[in-house]
Ligand binder design. Sequence first.
Ligand code: ZN
Length: 310
Amino acid sequence: MRHVIALDVGGTGMKAALVGADGALLYEARRATGRERGPDAIVETILDFAADLRAHGIAHFGESAVAAGVAVPGIVDAERGMALYAANLGWRDVPLRDLLGARLGGVPVALGHDVRTGGLAEGRIGAGKGSDRFFFVPLGTGIAGAIGIDGAIEAGAHGYAGEIGHVVVRPDGPVCGCGQTGCMEALASAAAVTRAWAAASGDPEADAADCAKAVASGDPRAAAVWADAVDALAAGLVTALTLLDPRRLIIGGGLAEAGETLFTPLRAAVEERVTFQKLPEIVPAALGDTAGCLGAGLLAWDLLSTEVSA
Ligand SMILES: [Zn+2]
């Protein structure tokens, strides 16, 4: 059966799948990146994983994968197939596309940015389905965004488009990992809520999910932490919708798992802030942590369709 390899490389783990032409997940696997062994070892782990997936396809589906798609964190030059920079993997200028192509018998390989690749999947087969203009924002350890326009994701001139997490929402706020102060990411990411709730609750083990539960059960300290994060989030999102005028705003990542504990106050806070802007639908992401992997599969199939038409 004709299929492609889809691979989503995260900071600590990788998710992979063999994906059929109709988008069916034929096989799924996970593996650790082996980050502790250094940047070169991570690349070797990825190449070995891809080779094993190719072998699995031959053994179980009677043929080898016809293409591969890979989503990676950091800064990606999709055109040249280079992972330019990834702080959490220690990468600089890794020619991942060529390395994978060589390892996979010369099949075409597409490389994409993790959040934009996840956004591609949400747009085509997830919460953005049927929406010509959407903005996908996963709230995880960090916050990034994917700008969806007519079935494609806008990467920007240098591969930095959509970095909504680094919009400053409180100039006197906490220092962000990027060096700026008061970024939305430093106030409203799952990691930021975890920090704030651990401090407020006095429990160093408490995280954002615990905070959401405490909010739902009526804890006023949790409600204060939550309201602060929602306020920062709404401020950043209103900046985004002022610039992009999306039809749908798709919120994903760990924090969105709080469901209506997040969405009800968030919709109200956004609505309160807009003046002339049109309100987009604000909806939860549909694909969870498989979005990157599904998107990588779409990238691979897209590559084949452009090659045929070229
Ligand atoms: Zn920042």
